[in-house]
Ligand binder design. Structure first.
Ligand code: ADE
Length: 273
């Protein structure tokens, strides 16, 4: 048996209905472009929101590449089954390890084995919480393979066998991994060179220094009686920077004590607060 889906069922379906097909397929030579391979039962949900705005423009410009892999094509029988009932009983269905194994083999065929260069990720609420540091790690790789679950989850043996990294986007349960994959891809791709078009714009945003970002204001200077803080229109750049730092610290301390503790624990952030 090969890793390929059965020929009688045609080629891998990498089309998408939510964005023009050419966003995904008609790329010029993209050798070397950062690539996201997504194993999913819903390939048509990609690029989804990633086809819009800066990530969409970057996709079109070949700064990154998307390869949805339709898990159904690796399924068995007339209905291309991919799941079965849980061993030991219980509600729901579990994705079969043999089916997922074939999809993973297919995805990894031309990807580097080294997981630093090419993380293999399963989106799951049981996973390690995704954060900005993980986004930076993924952005520093050559690409990523993501497995989107559905139903009750994925057979544990396939997770263990391939040493798959489980990642969660938060303490809530989604119906599948597709939205989580898109959130993670968005956070990752925007860190790749050329995507934002402004090299400095990821430098003082939330989390970059371990703090939440300070509030932002724009014109009009007076809106419905609410004024832009005077310091921001003073023209004193030193004072503005000081005010922003204080606001960022205040927000972090009051909203995210966990981040604040980590921030103040660093010697370079010794604070009197
Ligand atoms: N799949 C279902 N819920 C999820 C979550 N919170 N994070 C990542 N993947 C998921």
């Amino acid at each position: 048996m090969t890793d390929e889906p059965s020929k009688s069922h045609g080629r891998l379906n990498i089309g998408a209905t939510l964005a023009p097909r050419e966003l995904i397929t008609d790329r010029p030579d993209l050798a070397g472009a950062w690539t996201a391979k997504i194993i999913t039962l819903f390939p048509e949900t990609f690029p989804g929101v990633l086809g819009a705005s800066l990530t969409g423009k970057a996709l079109q410009d070949g700064l990154w590449k998307l390869e949805p892999i339709d898990l159904r094509l690796f399924g068995e029988g007339k209905h291309r089954n991919v799941d079965d009932t849980p061993a030991g009983g219980g509600a729901g269905m579990v994705l079969r390890p043999d089916i997922m194994g074939r999809a993973i083999q297919f995805a990894q065929k031309n990807a580097p084995q080294d997981r630093t260069r090419w993380p293999l990720v399963y989106l799951s609420p049981r996973g390690k919480p995704f954060d900005q540091q993980t986004a930076r790690r993924f952005a520093a790789a050559d690409g990523i393979t993501m497995i989107c679950g559905r139903f009750e989850g994925l057979d544990q043996r396939v997770i263990d066998h391939y040493d798959i990294e489980e990642v969660s986007i938060g303490d809530y349960v989604l119906t599948g991994g597709e939205i989580a994959a898109q959130a993670i891809l968005d956070a990752t791709i925007r860190l790749r060179a050329g995507v934002l078009g402004n090299a400095t714009s990821t430098e003082d945003e939330s989390f970059s220094e371990g703090l939440l970002e300070h509030p932002q204001y724009t014109r009009p200077a007076d809106w419905e009686g609410h004024k832009v803080p005077d310091v921001l229109t003073s023209g004193d750049h030193g004072k503005v920077a000081e005010w922003r730092q204080k606001e960022a610290e205040h927000l972090t301390r009051t909203r995210r004590p966990d981040l604040w503790r980590a921030y103040t624990a660093k010697p370079e952030n010794n604070s009197t607060d």
